[in-house]
Design a protein around this ligand. Sequence first.
Ligand code: AR6
Length: 185
Amino acid sequence: MEKKIRIVEGDITGQTVDAIVNAANTSLLGGGGVDGAIHRAAGPELLQECRQLGGCPTGEAKATRGYQLPAKWVIHTVGPIWRGGTRNEDALLASCYRNSFKVARELGARSIAFPSISTGAYGFPLERATRIALREARETLAADDRIEEVVFVCFGQKALETYQAVYREAFGEESAGGSSSSRRK
Ligand code: AR6
């Protein structure tokens, strides 16, 4: 089961998977960070489709097509803004992962790549977020045979090392996937 989780360093827009997850905001109309990168790589049709979705509450997820991305779908989720940990941030972040997996199942996606939701502009502590991400992936993979591969795309060395360390702690072994992504555009 654990072998279905891969940890790679790189840019999520180059990932060859069925669906990539976007760390968006409640407007779903684009932004900076990974959201900006995904919109640039997918092309303007992505924004056109996002305009039809009417936004998305924190912790939920909505899908669009991937347009010029190698991924067929983009699952847009909205992570919590970190406010010190007292505003239900952990549960909301877990809900982003859970709802993204739920949407992936509905789409029939077998492989899905995640960025580190909320850990950039939204300020969620990286290690704490990584524990939640890996726990949710593990639980989904244990309960669901249809999702075959979950890729965590780490943007930079610090994120990569954090994911690998939390993975070792949780699973007691090295993760599959190596230390650099050959799928970068
Ligand atoms: N591929 C993979 N990961 C990336 C990429 C990329 N191309 N670019 C950045 N990251 P952030 P948030 C990492 O700020 O914290 C946007 O403006 C980055 O290093 O993109 O959820 C939205 O519109 C970090 O680890 O998202 C919202 O307003 C992670 O992606 C707001 O930012 C998430 O950082 C959402 O903030």
